[in-house]
Design a protein around this ligand. Structure first.
Ligand SMILES: Cc1cc2nc3c(=O)[nH]c(=O)nc-3n(C[C@H](O)[C@H](O)[C@H](O)COP(=O)(O)OP(=O)(O)OC[C@H]3O[C@@H](n4cnc5c(N)ncnc54)[C@H](O)[C@@H]3O)c2cc1C
Length: 495
């Protein structure tokens, strides 16, 4: 069937990113967003991966200046894991560090940090020193693209809605109360007001309600609960005082899960993700408050289940965002998945001249499902090896976590150590974590392997000197605040 008109149910980040992507990539396609003020949006989702700026500025070619002005992001270079046996934890940046090989050394960097090093390269040195961008020889900041963002959800949604309106997306407020089935799937959405919305393709961005994909189409949900045990989060924060504004997210081990710290310019956003099988809401809240005595707003509990619907695209319904799948934000991957779902949808419609044949729909489903599974597999590695605390939750994680697709690489690592030989063979080129991510998590958590190696004295010296150089250079770099000021004063041209 030819698709001439698209209706999107949902005005959260998923619905808005879908509308924006479709209008930008298919300017002739009318797009209508239906949303309910009563139901509101989930209102969380404040850390991104580097895929998010790539989607906005490279794929959609949106103006970075407008984004910085309206969304007011701060930069995120990666994650500081307070995880594993080393007291300082370890850094996982969006750049290649563990797998990179320096010309003066015989092996890739992962081999040299057996006796745990604080940082592994220039970017993680910046994270450790609280500097976002290093200084160029002329003194200016070296803005590189290996970063993601922290963005307050309200500001992100405001920015996305503004961009959608500029591009002619039609917004209809009202609660959908009935779905009329027909033809290949959905014929129309009926709102409580009686309005009837028809389209050729319906994008389900209704969040956890999954009104169309899980509801009307009855698609089966596949749980990830063999690998991921957490199912709740308690969320709160406080206004920034004298605390350093880190250029990264912090992920900190807790008794029955972990706690994030997202860095906004004027607000510190914390959330404890936990497993209700191991801790009650009250006990989780008490632990969260003990850890974060400065909490200034009323903490709220969000319930979730990890997993995805079997297919993303069923009949004339395509799910995007929480309506199709969810995993906890340990790698802050939801916005990345939304971008991917939206770009593959737009590309599919464009390449098929608006008439995607079954083979393309099947490919769409395969590709996007695999992306969800790759995230689940990577997160499983975060749980299966974290020995930082010995609570019932973490013992169960170490004993019971199903590694699923990560098992092959974990076995390779246990037999061969942090070798980069395997990169091209063991990882799909679309795997967004790849060898670098897996090495960061396995080396960082001190996972033992069968090929321990002590670098010869000469190589060890080169390694240490280079790390010292990175640390010194990073310490002279720019703080997040200093870079934000440069942008606001118009002293930096954003590419
Ligand atoms: C604890 C937690 C932490 C998270 N942290 C991160 C993070 O750091 N990074 C990240 O990328 N993501 C994170 N996420 C995921 C985040 O929720 C999503 O990225 C994002 O907000 C997408 O939400 P959504 O648009 O799919 O759903 P929602 O925001 O729930 O939007 C659903 C929309 O559908 C509408 N709707 C639903 N039913 C109807 C109806 N019947 N009629 C009319 N309208 C309807 C609603 O009104 C709303 O507009 C986190 C999620 C949780 C739970």
């Amino acid at each position: 069937m030819k698709i001439n008109r698209i209706a999107i149910l949902g005005g959260g980040s998923a619905g808005l990113l879908a509308a924006l992507t479709l209008r930008k990539q298919l300017p002739e396609m009318p797009v209508e967003v239906i949303y309910s003020e009563d139901l509101g949006i989930i209102g969380v989702g404040e850390g991104t991966t580097a895929a998010f700026p790539r989607h906005l500025f490279e794929y959609l070619k949106l103006d970075p200046g407008t984004f910085y002005k309206e969304a007011e992001p701060t930069w995120k270079l990666g994650i500081h894991f307070k995880w594993g046996p080393y007291p300082a934890g370890f850094y996982y940046s969006f750049q290649s560090e563990y797998k990179s090989k320096w010309p003066e050394l015989s092996r890739n960097a992962g081999f040299y940090c057996e006796a745990k090093t604080e940082w592994m390269g220039m970017v993680s040195a910046c994270m450790a020193k609280g500097r976002v961008f290093p200084r160029r020889p002329d003194g200016s900041p070296h803005f590189h693209k290996g970063h993601a963002f922290h963005i307050e959800n309200k500001k992100l949604v405001g920015y996305l809605e503004g961009q959608c309106r500029k591009l002619g997306v039609v917004f209809t407020e009202g609660k959908m109360s009935q779905v009329e089935r027909g033809g290949e799937g959905v014929e129309a959405l009926v709102l409580e007001s009686g309005a009837r919305i028809t389209a050729d393709l319906f994008v389900d961005a209704s969040g956890f309600r999954s009104e169309l994909l899980g509801g009307a189409m009855g698609e089966a949900f596949e749980s990830f609960d063999r690998s991921l045990f957490c199912d709740r989060a308690v969320i709160a924060g406080w206004p920034r005082g004298e605390e350093p504004l880190w250029p990264h997210t912090i992920a900190e081990t807790m008794d029955a899960g972990w706690c994030w710290q997202n860095e906004h310019e004027h607000w510190i956003h914390r959330g404890y993700v936990y497993a209700s099988r191991f801790i009650s809401d009250e006990a989780a809240l008490a632990e969260f408050r003990r850890k974060n005595p400065r909490i200034a707003n009323e903490p709220r509990v969000v319930k979730f289940r990890s997993g995805r619907y079997r297919r993303h695209w069923v009949g004339n319904v395509v799910g995007v965002g929480n309506a199709v799948g969810f995993v906890e934000p340990l790698e802050a991957t939801a916005l990345q998945m939304i971008c991917l779902e939206c770009s593959t949808l737009a590309d599919t419609l464009r390449d098929s001249l608006g008439e995607p044949p079954p083979s393309l729909v099947e490919l769409y489903n395969q590709f996007n499902s695999r992306q969800w599974e790759e995230i689940r597999d990577f997160l499983a590695v975060h749980y299966a090896f974290n020995e930082r605390v010995d609570t019932p939750f973490w013992k169960a994680c170490r004993e019971e976590t199903a590694l699923e697709g990560a098992a092959t690489f974990v076995r390779f690592y246990q037999e061969n150590g942090p070798s980069a030989i395997a990169d091209a063979v063991l990882f799909d080129p679309n795997n967004s974590f790849g060898l670098e991510g897996y090495l960061a998590m396995l080396v960082g958590q001190g996972v033992e392997h069968a090929k321990p190696w002590v670098a010869p004295e000469g190589e060890r010296r080169v390694w240490e000197e280079r790390l010292k150089h990175y640390g010194d250079h990073a310490a002279r770099g720019y703080t997040v605040q200093a870079c934000l000021e440069l942008i606001r004063e118009g002293k930096v041209k954003l590419a």
